[in-house]
Ligand binder design. Structure first.
Ligand code: PEP
Ligand code: MG
Length: 587
């Protein structure tokens, strides 16, 4: 660790993903490009055209560099896409039209180039041919690079990051997070965000230390600065001095020995001291995480967020692509169960080239999201259902619907599932006839009518991330209100109890797959309230298993009973914390 001469700045944010990282910053500012407009004097016009040609050349060199790096890191196939980008740069129509527009209008070249590029993007995106539509995305990408060069700004996207760096950014979208190369990102620090924003969930599953809501961080840090990220305590230190680095060297050692202590239980059963076995499953976003599911000995996948398949490609995959992805997971983990959650787009998850209708809403978390979008687009939904059903023939799959608000929606979803089954039968394609279907309980109205829903499905999975945000009206991604997002709020404790009891009265299993389930602090409370199963980011499994093995279920039940009596969320939080610290043998 090399200390730096600049003065040290410490920022307190929210600890979002465990770990300590130290490295140089890659400042990623994704603000929309502002393109100036001005007239170019006639005598300066040849120079303006030369500037444009130079920008095309520089862009070509940039793309070649990225292409070489991708070919080296990922293989020649993946690098092929950049050939299409180079072709855009050589497109005489695009270049010729820009120069003609420039000669006619006399406006600066970036203005003319942007106008022509936008016309092309619009025209290609309206063509009813998938190959040509993809060209629109290529032009968009290349045009952005050319404009960045003309305006003298860095055009690097997060997906281009290949050197090991700490990513510093205002906020990060789930698709941007999914595009990060995990071997290149040492850590992530943001100005905004919260513990349950989707991008943070992705960082956690990639084991990348992260701190969010470190206010104004991006105004204090510069590209290339050295930064220390403490994802345990939510601290970011810019230009740490020698003493700080020494101190963190010790902290890191202590944390590593704590992690080693946790990992010692990895191979052991998740069983309490009084002999109650607890089911611990994994949450995954991508097929390549099945290695982690096995490594951390999860008893299957309790939540597979299928929308990341859509987010990582930026478009709607067809039935075959979806089938291949779902099958790889179901078959790869068989006979362990895998719960595929149907598409949950909207909220903070949008496709770059997806239906425009689901972005740009005033309140996306209350808008056209998840099952609402799917029921409104039955062909998209049934394509997914058929793919999931076909994958179910290769192992143990379960299906669950996100954002169900009441029984009528559940009926409609199940009716479309029946139609999808009928279509597969007509095609003679196999699927598991006994596929179990579940309902996510993450909207307060669903919790209130849990009895009506329980009759129509085989299990409940409580999505505490959304349930808490909707119950106490706290935007899960807003750092300003993050302190009010309290899992120990009496309303949360009561609702959890009620859903669990109702599920059990109707003979169905109740699991929790929100971030609360993977927090060793809250796991005893959830288990004490009667939850049958916890599902979490794989890397969090050892800590939860550790606390399960160190507690008695009867004590967890007493903790839950006390939480149900409490009126003050802070007092309940203190009880939960004391329970945890004692079991984890922490001072
Ligand atoms: C939840 O809301 O708790 C959940 C698990 O779903 P997501 O985080 O994907 O919204
Ligand atoms: Mg949710």
């Amino acid at each position: 660790m090399e200390p730096t001469a600049k003065s040290e700045i410490t920022l307190q944010g929210i600890a979002a993903s465990r770990g300590i990282a130290y490295g140089q910053v890659f400042l990623y500012l994704q603000s929309e490009l502002e393109i100036p407009q001005y007239s170019v004097d006639p005598d300066k016009r040849p120079a303006e055209i030369a500037r444009f040609e130079q920008a095309l050349l520089v862009t070509r060199q940039q793309i070649s560099q990225v292409q070489d790096q991708v070919a080296k890191d990922l293989g020649p196939e993946e690098a092929l896409i950049f050939d299409a980008h180079q072709m855009v740069l050589e497109d005489q129509a695009l270049i010729g039209e820009t120069i003609r527009d420039f000669e006619k209008s006399g406006l600066n070249i970036e203005m003319c180039f942007n106008a022509v590029a936008q016309r092309y993007i619009q025209a290609f995106s309206e063509i009813d041919d998938e190959y040509l539509r993809e060209r629109a995305a290529d032009i968009k990408d290349v045009a952005k690079r050319v404009l960045h060069v003309l305006l003298g700004q860095s055009a690097l996207g997060l997906g281009d990051l290949v050197e090991k760096r700490i990513i510093a950014t205002h906020d990060i979208s789930p698709s941007e997070a999914a595009s990060i190369d995990r071997s290149a990102a040492l850590g992530i620090v943001t100005d905004a965000g919260s513990r349950t924003s989707h991008a943070v969930i992705v960082a956690r599953s990639m084991k990348i230390p992260a701190v969010v809501a470190a206010a104004d961080l991006t105004t204090k840090v510069q590209n290339g600065d050295w930064v220390l990220v403490d994802g345990y305590d939510g601290v970011v230190i810019i230009n740490p001095n020698e003493q700080t680095l020494l101190r963190y060297g010790q902290i890191r050692k202590a944390k590593e020995s704590f992690e080693t202590r946790l990992m010692a239980v990895n191979e052991l059963a998740a069983e309490t001291l009084d002999g109650v076995k607890v089911a611990l499953r994994a949450n995954i976003e991508q097929a390549d995480e099945i290695g982690l599911v096995k490594q951390y000995r999860a008893q299957g996948v309790g939540l597979y967020r299928t929308e990341y398949l859509f987010l990582s490609t930026g478009a709607m995959p067809d039935e075959e692509q979806q089938y291949a992805a779902y099958r790889a997971i179901v078959e790869g983990l068989a006979p362990l169960p895998v719960t595929l959650r149907t598409l949950d787009l909207g909220g903070d998850k949008f496709l770059a080239d997806g239906p425009q209708s689901i972005s740009q809403e005033a309140n996306p978390f209350l808008g056209y999201r998840a099952i609402r979008f799917c029921l409104d687009n039955p062909e998209i939904f049934k394509t997914q259902l058929r793919a999931a059903l076909r994958a179910s023939a290769h192992g143990t799959a379960e299906l669950m619907y996100p954002m169900i608000s009441g029984p009528e929606e559940l009926d409609r979803a199940n009716a479309l599932l029946d139609e999808a089954r009928g279509e597969l039968r007509a095609r003679g394609q196999a699927f598991d006839e006994n596929l179990r279907t579940g309902t996510m309980i993450e909207i307060p109205s669903a919790a209130l009518v849990a009895d009506l829903l329980a009759r129509k499905c085989s299990f409940f999975s409580i999505g505490t991330n959304d349930l808490i945000q909707y119950l106490i009206a706290i935007d899960r991604g807003n750092s300003r209100t993050a302190h009010l997002y309290e899992p120990t709020h009496p309303a949360v404790v009561r609702v959890l109890r009620q859903v669990i009891t109702t599920g059990h009265e109707h003979g169905i299993k109740v699991s929790v797959c929100g971030e609360m389930a993977g927090d060793a602090l809250y796991a005893p409370l959830l288990l004490g309230l009667g939850v049958d199963e916890l599902s979490m980011t794989p890397t969090l499994l050892p800590a939860v298993k550790y606390v399960v093995r160190a507690m008695k279920m009867s004590d967890a039940q007493a903790l839950a009973a006390e939480a149900l009596r409490q009126t003050d969320p802070k007092k309940t939080a203190a009880l939960v914390e004391a329970f945890y610290r004692e079991r984890m043998k922490l001072e």
